[in-house]
Design a protein around this ligand. Structure first.
Ligand code: HEC
Length: 142
């Protein structure tokens, strides 16, 4: 009896831990390892990511960086690659009320017309380029 209770307790706790990890991070890369230099360009580019609309990064030569979101100059020291990935893919998983767009959400698209099925704001490769660059930002001067 005690053993059964213990086993149950262990399993439940373990489930909670893995669920919490899944909710806060996305461990599996979406594509091959990204290139930080390309990630930096996507971050600044008006036509693709345009993350600078809401985020500021020290040393980045782009005028008018926004502050609606937190500064990301040291994001690589605060978050793991997997946590950064999830926030780019679908930040509503972290904060349901977020104003940050979901850049690679492929679920919940049942109502979308056939032509747009599977279409995401950024490609899988672009997300990985961003992850590669952001995870290098540790707040130290470049
Ligand atoms: C419309 C504004 C907006 C845009 C555009 C935007 N974000 Fe965000 N982002 C936010 C806000 C606000 C948060 C803070 C978390 C929240 O939503 O409450 C955030 C959080 C983050 C975080 C977590 C930071 C931390 O310190 O916890 C990362 C990483 C991130 N954004 C990356 C990006 C990237 C990469 C892009 C471009 C592809 C982007 N964001 C575009 C508003 C934005």
């Amino acid at each position: 009896m005690t053993r059964a209770v213990l086993a149950c307790f262990f399993l439940c706790t373990w489930n909670l831990v893995t669920e919490a990890q899944e909710a806060d991070a996305m461990t599996m890369p979406l594509a091959a390892a990204g290139d930080p230099a390309i990630g930096r360009a996507i971050f600044s580019d008006r036509e693709s990511g345009h993350c600078v609309l809401c985020h500021q990064v020290d040393g980045l030569e782009v005028p008018f960086q926004g502050n609606l979101g937190p500064a990301l100059s040291d994001v690589g020291a605060r978050l793991t690659e997997a946590q950064i990935r999830l926030r780019i893919v679908d930040n509503t998983k972290v904060n349901p009320g977020t104003v940050m767009p979901s850049y690679y959400r492929t679920t919940d698209l049942h109502q979308v017309g056939r032509a747009y099925q599977g279409e995401t704001v950024l490609s899988a490769a672009e997300v990985e380029h961003l992850v590669a660059w952001l995870s290098q930002l540790t707040g130290r001067k470049e």
